[in-house]
Write a protein that binds this ligand. Structure first.
Ligand code: ADP
Ligand code: MG
Length: 817
C-alpha cells in the first residue's frame, strides 16, 4: 500500500458510529486531516487520483464548519476515494508492477518493504532508525514498533501557556512565539555560545544558549520561532536562558508551546532526537494499532480508543486528554491482568481432585481442644472457610492474609490434619530452611499434645493416637545427607509420610508424592503464580493454601491474586501489646547495648540483626561472624550469645535456635535470615543494624519477632546516614504499628512492581496502572468478570483481538483461542 489510508478510514468509520459529531479524534478531524495529508500527499502520483483528491478539499479541510448532512456526504465521498486508492494498490500488487513507472528502483524497494511491515516489526523498519540507534533503544527494552508506541514519557513539561514578550516574568516556565531578528555566535564565560534577539509586536527579548555555537546558523533572520523555558534577569533585563526552541513550520510543535514529553533516555539518545522520532512514529503507526477492547467495554467505561490513547499519552492536547489516555492504558493493563488470573482460576478449578474431603470433626475437635489457647474468632472463621473449601470437588486456591503473629500456622496445621485424616498427603512449604525447621518443630509440639510420639529423629516423627493409624510428619530440607533424603523421598512416594514440611524445593522435580491433597505455602510474596502452576505440572491438583503476612489491601489482592479466594485473620491473639519502636543514631549504639543488658538482667532475651550485605550470603555470614565475635569479646563478655547465619548447616542452625528458644542464650546475633516467622515469646528486644537498608514490610517483620509474649517489647532501629527514602521509612515504622497501613506506605514508596515482585511472580508488567487507583481497579475487575461470564475462553469473534492481545502480554495465563 503506497498510501497509508487505514487511519483515516478508521476515523471516518468511527465518526459515522458517533453520528458525525466530530469526536472521533481528539482535537477534531480537521487537525488530523492536515497532518495526514502532509504525510500522504507526496505519494499520490496518479493524476486521476490526485484530481479526485483535490476535489475533496482535503488540503484545506473544513469539517468542523459543515452541517451534519454535509459531513455525512463528505465522509462518504472520502471513503469512496480511499476505496479507489486501495483497489488501485491491489491491482498493482496483482500485476507485480512497480507502483509508478518513473519511480527510481530504490524507492520501489522501499515500497515493497512497507508491505511487509507490521507493528511487530523491529524498529529498524522505521525511517531514521539505524541499527546503532536501534541498539540504544534495545537497551531501554524497546525492540519493536509496538514497543516504541508503548515507550511512554516519564512525564510532560507544561509549555502550553503562551505569553507575549511583554508578559514575560522571571522564574517560571514560559512560552513565546516570536520573530528572530538576529542570531550569532558569541563567547559567554569563555565558552562558544549562541545569542539571539527575538521579538513580537509587544517587544523584544534576548536569548542565550550556552555552549551551543552551532545553533546560530539554524536560526535565520525573520524566521518564526517558539521558545519554552525560564527567563532570568541580567543587568536588569529579561533573558531567556537555554530555552527549548523550535522554528514554526507547517508541522505541529514538538519541543515547545505544548505539553512536551520527557522520555526515559539512555546514553547516546538526545531528547530532541527522541521527541522528533517519536512524533513521526506515532503519527504513522499509532492508528494501525488494533483496538482489542470490546466496544461495549469501551463504551460502558467511557474509555478512549486505543490509537487515540497512545497518541495522547505521548503528545497530549492538554492535561485532560493526557489523563484520559493514562486511564485507558492503565485500564488495559488491569483488565488483561484480571482476565489472566480469572482464566487461571478457572483452569485450576476444572482440574478436580478425586473426591471431596470429609470434615473429620472428631479428629479436628480433639486437636483444637488440646491447644493451650482458644482460637480467636478470626481464626475460627478462617478455619471454617478452609473446611468448606476442602469439602468441595474443585481444588481450593485460597490466600490467607494475617498480620505477623496472628496465628496462621495453627490454622494451616488443622487443615493439614484434616487432609491426613482423609488419607491424603499434605505439604507445608516455607520460604527458608530455618522456617521449615521451625514449622516442623511447632507442628511436632502441637501433635505431641494430642498423640504420643513413638518413633522419631530430627527429620521424621510418627505419632500414635491422633488418627486411627499412625500419623507421620517429615522435614525435608537441603542439607540433610543424600542417603537420608532419598530415604524420605521414597517414603513420600510410597505414601508412608502424611505431612511433609520443607522449602519450595518440595515442589521441585525430585520429590514425588503418592497422593498430595493439600499444599500450604507460607509467605506468598516469594511464591508466585509460576510456582503454583508447577504443582499442577507435577500432575497434581491439590488444594492450595497460600499464607502471607504482607497485608495487601483487598481490592489489590483481588486484582493481583484474583485467581485466589481471600481469607483474612484480622485479629491478634489476646494480650499482644504495642511494641515500642525507636530509630536511633549510631552515637546511641552504646545506650542501646545498655538497654539490652538491662532487659537480659530482668530475664528476657534479645535479637541483634547484623547489617544486610548485598554481595553474597558468604560475605554476609563473614560479617555476622565478625560482629558476633566483637560483641562477645568487647560488649557482652558476661552474657550468653548465639550466632545464626545462612551458611551454617541446618543442624547447626537448629541447635542455636533450640538453645535460644529454651532460654540458654541471652542474645541471638543473626543475619536477616530470621526475618520471617521465628517465634520466641520470651524475646523482648529487637535491635536492627543499618535499618535504613530494609524495606518497610521487612522492618515490620523484624518487629514481629518480639512482643509475642506478655511482656512489653521494644524495637531499636539503627541507621547511620539514611537516605531520604530510608529516613521516611524509619519515621513511618516508628509511628505506625498496623501492618496494613505500613504495607500501603511501602507500596507507595516502592511502587507496585518491586513491592509484589511481579516480575518473579510471573505477572505482566504494570506501567501505567497506579495501584492506588482503587476505582479503576474495581472497574477493570468487574468488567473482566462480566466478560468472563459470557465468554470465558474468549471464543466469540468480537473477542478475537482480545484473546490475541492476552496471549501476547501473558502467554502463560491460559490457552487462548
Ligand atoms: P503467624 O504465622 O501468623 O505470624 P503464628 O502462627 O506463628 O503466627 O503464631 C504466633 C504465636 O501466637 C504462636 O506462638 C502461637 O502459638 C500463638 N497463637 C496462635 N493462635 C493463638 C491464640 N488463638 N491465642 C493465643 N496464642 C496464639
Ligand atoms: Mg508464620
Amino acid at each position: 500500500m503506497s498510501i497509508n489510508i487505514k487511519p483515516l478510514r478508521k476515523i471516518l468509520e468511527l465518526e459515522h458510529k458517533k453520528d458525525y459529531v466530530d469526536s472521533a479524534v481528539i482535537g477534531g478531524l480537521d487537525k488530523f486531516l492536515r497532518n495526514w495529508v502532509s504525510q500522504v500527499v507526496g505519494s499520490i502520483t496518479n493524476p486521476q487520483l490526485l484530481n479526485h483528491f483535490d476535489k475533496l478539499y482535503l488540503r484545506d479541510p473544513a469539517y468542523a464548519s459543515l452541517t451534519k448532512q454535509q459531513r455525512k456526504q463528505w465522509a462518504g465521498d472520502v471513503l469512496d476515494f480511499l476505496a479507489k486508492v486501495e483497489s488501485m494498490d491491489g491491482e498493482r500488487a496483482k500485476a507485480k508492477l512497480p507502483s509508478v513507472v518513473d519511480r527510481p528502483p530504490s524507492r520501489a524497494r522501499g515500497l515493497r518493504q512497507v508491505v511487509n511491515q507490521s507493528i511487530d516489526s523491529p524498529i529498524t523498519v522505521i525511517k531514521g532508525i539505524s541499527s546503532s540507534l536501534a541498539i540504544k533503544f534495545n537497551r531501554l527494552g524497546v525492540k519493536t514498533v509496538r514497543d516504541l508506541l508503548y515507550f511512554f514519557p516519564r512525564r510532560h513539561l507544561d509549555y502550553s501557556q503562551r505569553h507575549s514578550v511583554s508578559q514575560l516574568g522571571v522564574g517560571e516556565e514560559q512560552t513565546i512565539v516570536a520573530n528572530v531578528w538576529q542570531a550569532h555566535e558569541i563567547r559567554l564565560g569563555g565558552r562558544r555560545s549562541t545569542e539571539a534577539i527575538v521579538g513580537d509586536e509587544t517587544g523584544n527579548v534576548r536569548v542565550v544558549w550556552f555552549n551551543n555555537p552551532y545553533l546560530a546558523k539554524k536560526l535565520p533572520t525573520n524566521s518564526r520561532i517558539v521558545l519554552s523555558g525560564r527567563v532570568s534577569l541580567f543587568n536588569g533585563r529579561h533573558v531567556f536562558e537555554s530555552p527549548e526552541w523550535e522554528l514554526v513550520e507547517d508541522r505541529e510543535l514538538i519541543h515547545t508551546g505544548r505539553l512536551v514529553p520527557l522520555y526515559p533516555l539512555t546514553q547516546g539518545l538526545r531528547p530532541r532526537q527522541v521527541r522528533k522520532l517519536m512524533k513521526g512514529v506515532i503519527d504513522q503507526w499509532a492508528w494501525q494499532v488494533e483496538d482489542f477492547l470490546p466496544h461495549e467495554v469501551k463504551k460502558h467505561c467511557n474509555l478512549l480508543e486505543l490509537p487515540q490513547a497512545i497518541t495522547q499519552a505521548h503528545y497530549p492536547e492538554d492535561e485532560v486528554s493526557e489523563d484520559k489516555a493514562r486511564v485507558r492504558l492503565a485500564f488495559d493493563e488491569l483488565f488483561l491482568l484480571q482476565l489472566g488470573v480469572l482464566s487461571k482460576k478457572r483452569s485450576w478449578q476444572e482440574s478436580q481432585p478425586s473426591k471431596p474431603f470429609s470434615p473429620e470433626t472428631v479428629v479436628l475437635n480433639t486437636f483444637l481442644k488440646s491447644l493451650p489457647f482458644e482460637l480467636t474468632t478470626a481464626q475460627q472463621k478462617v478455619l471454617r472457610e478452609l473446611l468448606a473449601d476442602l469439602q468441595k470437588r474443585q481444588p481450593m486456591s485460597r490466600l490467607l492474609q494475617g498480620e505477623v503473629g496472628s496465628g496462621k500456622t495453627i490454622v494451616a496445621t488443622a487443615a493439614l490434619l484434616v487432609a491426613a485424616a482423609n488419607g491424603y498427603q499434605g505439604a507445608f512449604m516455607a520460604p527458608t530452611e530455618i522456617l521449615a525447621e521451625q514449622h516442623f518443630s511447632t507442628i511436632s509440639q502441637l501433635f505431641s499434645r494430642v498423640g504420643q510420639l513413638q518413633d522419631g529423629d530430627d527429620y521424621l516423627h510418627t505419632y500414635y493416637g491422633i488418627l486411627s493409624r499412625p500419623l507421620t510428619i517429615a522435614l525435608l530440607i537441603g542439607d540433610i545427607s543424600q542417603v537420608r533424603k532419598r530415604e524420605l523421598q521414597k517414603h513420600i512416594l510410597e505414601g508412608d509420610i502424611d505431612i511433609v514440611i520443607g522449602t519450595h524445593a518440595l515442589i521441585q522435580k525430585d520429590v514425588e508424592f503418592c497422593r498430595l491433597g493439600l499444599a500450604v505455602v507460607d509467605e506468598q510474596h516469594r511464591f508466585g503464580v509460576t510456582q503454583r502452576s508447577a504443582l499442577r505440572q507435577k500432575g497434581f491438583s491439590p488444594h492450595v493454601l497460600v499464607m502471607t503476612a504482607t497485608p495487601i489491601p483487598r481490592t489489590l489482592a483481588l486484582t493481583l491474586y484474583g485467581d485466589l479466594d481471600l481469607s483474612v485473620i484480622d485479629q491478634l491473639p489476646p494480650g499482644r501489646q504495642v511494641i515500642k519502636t525507636k530509630w536511633l543514631k549510631s552515637n546511641q549504639r552504646n545506650s542501646a547495648y545498655e538497654f539490652l543488658r538491662r532487659q537480659v538482667a530482668s530475664g528476657h532475651q534479645t535479637f541483634i540483626i547484623c547489617p544486610f550485605v548485598e554481595e553474597s550470603e558468604t560475605i554476609e555470614a563473614k560479617a555476622a561472624v565478625a560482629e558476633y565475635e566483637r560483641l562477645s569479646r568487647e560488649v557482652f563478655p558476661d552474657l550468653r550469645l548465639g550466632l545464626l547465619h545462612g551458611r551454617m548447616s541446618a543442624a547447626e542452625k537448629d541447635k542455636v535456635m533450640r538453645r535460644f528458644r529454651s532460654g540458654d542464650l541471652d542474645i541471638l546475633v543473626s543475619t536477616p535470615v530470621v526475618e520471617v516467622g521465628i517465634d520466641v515469646p520470651n524475646a523482648t528486644v529487637m535491635m536492627v543494624e543499618s535499618a535504613d537498608r530494609f524495606g518497610l514490610s521487612q522492618l515490620h517483620q523484624f518487629r514481629g519477632r518480639v512482643g509475642r509474649g506478655e511482656e512489653q517489647s521494644y524495637c531499636m532501629f539503627l541507621a547511620e546516614h539514611p537516605s531520604e527514602v530510608g529516613r521516611e521509612r524509619l519515621d513511618l515504622i516508628e509511628k505506625i504499628q498496623d501492618g496494613f497501613q505500613l504495607a500501603e506506605e511501602d507500596l507507595r514508596l516502592r511502587g507496585p512492581g518491586e513491592f509484589f515482585g511481579t516480575r518473579q511472580s510471573g505477572l505482566p508488567d504494570l506501567r501505567m496502572a497506579r495501584l492506588s487507583d482503587v476505582a479503576l481497579l474495581e472497574l477493570a475487575r468487574s468488567e473482566a468478570i462480566k466478560l468472563f461470564q459470557v465468554d470465558p475462553k474468549l471464543e466469540k469473534p468480537e473477542h478475537h483481538l482480545l484473546a490475541k492481545e492476552l496471549a501476547r502480554v501473558w502467554p502463560e495465563a491460559g490457552e487462548w483461542s
